[in-house]
Design a protein. Structure first.
Lengths: 112, 114
């Protein structure tokens, strides 16, 4: 049990639609990162939020955006969904970098 | 060159054997190194972290780090069928003082034969 909860667990969307994925971190974890994991690949860093500000971004287009809220929850928004966006989306949080990132159970997004 | 590379998979070992999983990374300034275990259909689970050269042992798991050669490895002693999973190597490229912005390898699938 990592204390990181994601919703929904599964989602099917149509190409061109928009989607919002949610994450609830442990109390006190003021940093959250989002990752995309395609089938057969390792997770790829999307972006990180620290104290409600974006704090680093991976190689993802602007249609991937996020928000972090004061209550340790966060959102990942993806606009204009493409078929290649089908993946497992993972939220991770930790108190300190040296503790490593602890992942939620993920949201499996399928774009048809 | 890929930033974090895990080669030579999948790996199959008999129950009770030692499984050796290897990972190389390209960024010399990397400071923190992690091994995650991922069962099929589940999210990655942190099993080991290592920051200094040498070995770090935790139960049946030993992580080994060699910064000069830019590799990190994971040894699993007395392998059990329940160890069958994909093992992901992850590197924190910079000592940023903030949360991990991990770069992952592709993973290596381990199968332990009863």
């Amino acid at each position: 049990e990592t204390g990181v909860t994601q919703s929904p667990t599964h989602l099917i969307k149509t190409r061109g639609q928009q989607v919002t994925l949610r994450c609830s971190s442990q109390s006190g974890h003021n940093t959250v990162s989002w990752y995309q994991q395609a089938l057969g690949q390792g997770p790829q860093f999307i972006f990180q939020y620290y104290r409600e500000e974006e704090n680093g971004r991976g190689n993802f287009p602007p249609r991937f955006s996020g928000l972090q809220f004061p209550n340790y929850s966060s959102e990942l928004n993806v606009n204009a969904l493409e078929l290649d966006d089908s993946a497992l989306y993972l939220c991770a949080s930790s108190l300190d970098k040296d503790l490593g990132a602890f992942f939620g159970q993920g949201t499996r997004l399928t774009v048809v | 060159q890929k930033e974090v590379e895990q080669n030579s998979g999948p790996l199959s070992v008999p129950e009770g054997a030692i499984a050796s999983l290897n990972c190389t990374y390209s960024d010399r300034v990397s400071q923190s190194f992690f091994w995650y275990r991922q069962y099929s259909g589940k999210s990655p689970e942190l099993i080991m972290s290592i920051y200094s050269n040498g070995d770090k042992e935790d139960g049946r798991f030993t992580a080994q780090l060699n910064k000069a050669s830019q590799y990190v490895s994971l040894l699993i002693r007395d392998s059990q069928p329940s160890d069958s999973a994909t093992y992901l190597c992850a590197v924190n490229p910079l000592n940023t003082g903030a949360n991990s912005k991990l770069t992952f390898g592709k993973g290596i699938t381990l199968s332990v034969r009863p």
